[in-house]
Design a protein around this ligand. Structure first.
Ligand code: 8YV
Length: 330
């Protein structure tokens, strides 16, 4: 339950929803926290912020929308951005830090489902199950015969970019498939049983499949560019369940349409929900509409953790799973 403000306590406590959220979460914010909702329309937004901006103590948003520096500046008493999702690259964490605004995300609870998605996508891309399903449904089997042969998944060399929680969970799964795992990361991961490789290009050169599991944001923008795809080569596959921004998307489209890599499995794109049209006609590409964490169980756990963060912030000024600690406010 929301905290009842102490009489005389003038700390702004309004909760603001920024961007669309899971309907049940949105409903709880409205019914339990009397949350405001930021209008989409620019004119309405300006008027709304003039009227309510100073009352807002906490924002609840998702990785899809986030809070940029401009919006943060219009919320002078903001104490926390509570993010539904593990990725928070749409929120300006530097601006948050400068302003003493805490930021939380929802780690751990989605790791298994996102890792499952990565492995499912990898298998579908290499074995072309989705394309084979389309072949069968279109009536080709009795007419044109067996579906063409595809590529083996087990026992392949897999490189993972970003060996955090999700990258490690993907590695664990693929290890059970007999795959040899190596990785590139900002730093060597202590006690990792997998081989560290110093650059994405070198990693791509050594493996059959490159899986992107790195966080988004300016630090990883276009980390996988034309040079990495060139190194992956015509027999190599790319899987991305992280953020579209990590890949130079036009370079990827060129590599796929010109057959300079073997295929790709993509759950994320640079300008979601837009997907490059060139990819839609390729059977060596599997395209998913950002469903990595999208199960009933995981989304419920993400929702619960989001609400725990909000509640803890409103009650005690702290966050349960902070990526930026809120400054203590008196
Ligand atoms: C969600 C995600 O789809 O957690 C993330 O970073 O990308 C996904 O789990 C997203 O956060 C919902 O907006």
């Amino acid at each position: 339950m929301p905290t009842t403000p102490v009489p005389g306590d003038r700390t702004p406590r309004r909760v603001l929803q920024v961007g669309p959220l899971k309907p049940s979460l949105s409903e709880t914010l409205r019914s339990t926290y009397d949350a405001l909702e930021l209008p989409d329309d620019q004119q309405a937004r300006t008027e709304f912020l003039d009227r309510f901006g100073a009352d807002v103590g906490a924002v609840v948003t998702s990785g899809r929308t986030g809070v940029d520096a401009e919006l943060m500046a219009a919320l002078p008493n903001l104490g926390a951005v509570v993010n539904f999702g593990v990725g928070y690259d749409t929120t300006d964490v530097d601006a948050a830090r400068e302003r003493g605004v805490g930021v939380s995300n929802t780690p751990d609870v989605l790791t298994d489902c996102v890792a499952d998605t990565a492995v499912g996508l990898l298998i579908d891309t290499m074995r072309q199950f989705s394309a084979a399903d389309r072949y069968l449904r279109a009536g080709h089997w009795p007419v044109d015969g067996n579906y063409p042969l595809t590529r083996q998944v087990s026992n392949r060399k897999v490189g993972i970019i970003g060996l955090g929680r999700i990258g490690s969970a993907i590695a664990k799964r693929l290890n059970a498939f007999g795959c040899t795992i190596s990785y590139h990361n900002r730093h060597v991961v202590d006690d990792s049983p997998y081989e560290y490789v110093g650059s994405p290009v070198e990693l791509a050169r050594r493996v059959d499949v490159l899986v992107i599991a790195a966080a988004g944001g300016s630090g990883t923008a276009k980390l996988v560019g034309a040079d990495v795809l060139e190194a992956l080569g015509p027999d190599g596959y790319l899987i991305n369940i992280a953020r579209g921004s990590v890949v130079d998307e036009p370079a990827l489209v060129r590599a796929l349409t010109e057959g300079r890599i073997a295929g790709a499995g993509l759950d994320v794109f640079a300008e979601e929900p837009e997907v490059p049209v060139e990819l839609l006609r390729l059977d060596n590409v599997v395209l998913l509409p950002h469903v990595g964490s999208g199960t009933v169980e995981t989304r419920a756990a993400m929702e619960a953790l989001t609400l725990r963060n909000l509640e803890e912030f409103l009650a005690n000024g702290r966050l349960v799973t902070p990526v930026v600690e809120p400054a203590v406010r008196v």
